[in-house]
Design a protein around this ligand. Sequence first.
Ligand code: PXP
Length: 246
Amino acid sequence: MTRLSVNVNKVALLRNTRNLNLPSVLRAAALCVEAGAHGITVHPRPDQRHIRPADVDELSEMLSVEFNIEGNPFSPPAGSYPGFMPIVRRVKPTQCTLVPDAPGQVTSDHGWNLRGDTRKLKDIIKELRDMNIRVSLFMDPVCEQIHQAAELGTNRVELYTEPYARAFNLGQVEASLAEYARAAQCAQEAGLGVNAGHDLSLKNLGKFVEIPGILEVSIGHALIAEALEMGLAATVKAYLKILAAH
Ligand code: PXP
């Protein structure tokens, strides 16, 4: 069964609008885990608009399930943000998903372009793996790029699924699904595990996990929005039901 990692960024985003620790990121994560989520994901960014370094520390202490920290390994310190890699080195999560997002970017909107000089990224992947942290690279569904990712020594790739979600909404899902299925197969043939994420929702997830062998989906924005109507525990259970059916 594909595993569900719930991204709790949007809980932190709401919390940060006041100084009341409401809603609590820890409580939300605990509710997700109680409801059966296999993991929790956070994406600390230099502008600290949602998850802050202290959240990462507190979640790490609390969680007994998989903890996935995603972000740009080259994001430098900024104010009280110590930089991405110092956070990861301190916390040593189960998985680190490396994302090429610029500081202040609204959300991740493309995978790595590995055509240029990748020596620094390769060193970071090695450092993470030496700490026993599983490494996943956020990638577009492009086989040539995925082969490059394998050469850098990553354990997994996370396929960037926003184009799939858009195609789903436009009624063009089959062509997009075929493209992602090919990319997943390329990754699997190169010995990589396959995760997926971005704009997945209760509506479009079932179709996506028809692709064989997707190991994990990380889902935040839609899940938190759906939880406003359905409640957090019920929403997580609804996702798990979809995943269990495949
Ligand atoms: N994967 C990565 C690398 C992301 O940056 C995000 C957004 O933080 C997600 C998955 C989850 O996307 P969404 O919030 O659209 O579910």
